[in-house]
Design a protein around this ligand. Structure first.
Ligand code: XUL
Length: 541
């Protein structure tokens, strides 16, 4: 008993559930509900509602809770007796907001297990859809808030990040500007994480410091709502936000709805949910300095543990609260898996043939460089998508495949230089971390070992590990994050990929060239062509 913990990750394209056996350090059950395939009634594409304006990206909050019920239903059907689960925590795609009216607490307190959650919660939504992290339609609001806070440097100092299009504050401001009466009707604004944890405990649950930091509303030092940021965003906002809390807080026990419907124990503890990146930090065991992780998912992210608060003066990266109570750095790229998929689909390939072509192509791509802004990009900021190619065109299969992967990795190295500590080791996670050649390119570009895990779902695993830690800590204070990481993470490392240091030298040169290409296209600086020619002569003639 007291050994089974559940982690749930409500991400952009799917909802994943992981059950761990703490005593054995094993994952006993894993399942994913894919929104497009399993919930076709919502008509989503890659988990989002199609919109003619590609800057506007919303999703349906009811779909997330239907996915939750489907996952519980299947879990119950697996034969495992759900009464054995001791604690549950979760992870939500970050920044997305859910808008609820005054009826929400009552509805939650009186959920009828004979009806679906979505049919009961539907009427409490004061905004039908939720803007998510892929939305980039709030450039004006970002400027307004930044200005009101005293400029970029002040904004970063106060909130840990510059204002970003996808962050909750600018999104809330846009909602208030565009639909004042719906804003007024809104009683509570949740994040994806706190929305689902509220449903699980049957009352409004708090937002944790990890996810709260992705709003441009929380003071990164005091970890409280910052009145200046609230005032710069929308009127009366403080009254509409849940409270903030430490990530390890037990926010309640499971609501009777889930006990009656799925057979969970009335003692089941619900631990505060957090964002997917803070959860992944734990899921890959980043609890000390010098290690960073790259998550290759719908978004590609580069993140690391920070003992002390350190912000990015250029404002491309973020600082969030870490579930350990410390901090984490994060850089997020929108052109992740969906951009890789675009290249794969354009050439009618499957992932296997994509990989084979990647392996055969030459490192350095014979000097052919891509800037892969298939979608609006976050880092560097590109609001109007366009793909730039230097030295090749869109028909060259091999150059396009190597071009996109090298670009993604070089961009990570280029834009992570503000995190002063050079990584000593990189942990790879997310769906595309299954591709060994991509990991080899990461090792070569950064010049360090890359560790690969047999569980790419680090956010759901991290949530389950957090549930275990919070459950045990009061009784067994000696249980440290290191103990937990050893049990789950070290044990599941299946591959260490070593860098080729000759190629690393070449990538050092390519990094300079890549930066010149970015400068040329985005900052009107000099033509990189002469340097590109030199690079080709040096390495390919
Ligand atoms: C992080 C970010 C994404 C989302 C979705 O800032 O926007 O990584 O959390 O995964």
């Amino acid at each position: 008993m007291d050994r089974y913990f559940l982690g749930i990750d409500a991400s952009t394209q799917s909802l994943t559930l992981i059950l761990i056996d703490y005593n054995e350090g094993e994952i006993l059950y894993k399942d994913s509900v894919n929104y497009d395939k399993d919930l076709p009634q919502y008509h989503t594409q890659n988990g989002t509602i199609p919109n003619e304006d590609e800057k506007i990206v919303h999703s349906n909050p009811l779909m997330w809770i239907d996915a939750l019920e489907m996952a519980f239903e299947r879990f119950k059907g697996s034969g495992f007796d759900l009464i054995q689960v001791s604690a549950i925590s979760g992870s939500g795609q970050q920044h997305g907001t859910v808008y609820l009216d005054t009826t929400f607490p009552d509805i939650l307190a009186n959920l009828d297990p004979k009806k679906s959650l979505s049919s009961q919660i539907r009427n409490s939504l004061s905004r039908e859809t939720s803007p998510i992290w892929m939305d980039s339609s709030t450039n004006n609001q970002c400027e307004e808030i930044r200005k009101a806070l005293g400029g970029r440097a002040r904004t970063i100092e106060i909130t840990g990040s510059d204002t970003f299009e996808r962050f909750s504050g600018p999104q809330i401001r846009k909602f208030w500007q565009e639909d004042k009466s719906a804003y007024q009707r809104t009683d509570t604004i949740h994040l994806v994480s706190s929305f689902i944890s509220s449903i699980l405990v049957g009352k409004n649950a708090p937002i944790d410091h990890g996810d709260g930091a992705g709003m441009n509303l929380m003071n990164i030092e005091t970890r409280k709502w910052d009145q200046r940021a609230l005032d710069a965003t929308a009127p009366n906002l403080k009254n509409k936000l849940p409270s903030l809390t430490l990530s390890h807080t037990i926010v309640g026990t499971i609501s009777p709805y889930f006990i009656q419907k799925y057979g969970f124990s009335p003692k089941l503890k619900v631990v505060a949910w957090s964002g997917d990146n803070p959860n992944s930090l734990i899921g890959v065991g980043l609890i000390s300095k010098g290690k960073v992780a790259i998550s290759l998912g719908t978004s590609d992210t580069y993140f690391g543990y920070l003992k002390n608060l350190k912000v990015d003066p250029k404002g491309e990266g973020h600082v969030f609260g870490a579930p350990t109570g410390d901090y984490m750095s994060l850089i997020c790229y929108k052109n992740g898996s969906l951009a890789r998929e675009k290249i794969k689909d354009v050439f009618g390939l499957d992932w296997d043939s994509f990989s084979k072509i990647l392996v055969k192509s030459k490192p350095g791509n014979e000097g052919k460089i891509m800037l892969p802004y298939f979608f609006p990009e976050i880092v560097p900021l590109v609001l109007k998508p366009q793909v730039y190619r230097f030295g090749f065109d869109e028909n060259d299969i091999s150059a396009n495949i190597r071009g996109i992967i090298e670009a993604q990795v070089l961009s990570m190295r280029l834009h992570s230089q503000w995190i002063a500590e050079h990584p000593q080791e990189i942990y790879a996670t997310g769906g595309a971390s299954a591709n060994k050649e991509i990991l080899q390119i990461i090792a070569n570009v950064f010049g360090v070992n890359v560790k690969k895990f047999d569980i790419p779902d680090s956010a759901a695993l991290g949530a389950a590990m957090r549930a275990a830690k919070s459950y045990y800590t009061p009784e067994e204070p000696k249980l440290s994050w290191e103990d937990i990481a050893m049990k789950f993470v070290d044990k599941h490392t299946i591959n260490i990929i070593h860098p080729n240091m000759d190629l690393h030298e070449m990538y050092n040169d390519l990094l300079l060239l890549y930066e010149k290409c970015e400068d040329f296209v985005l900052r009107n600086k000099e033509d990189p062509e002469p340097l590109r020619k030199e690079f080709m002569v040096k390495y390919f003639e």
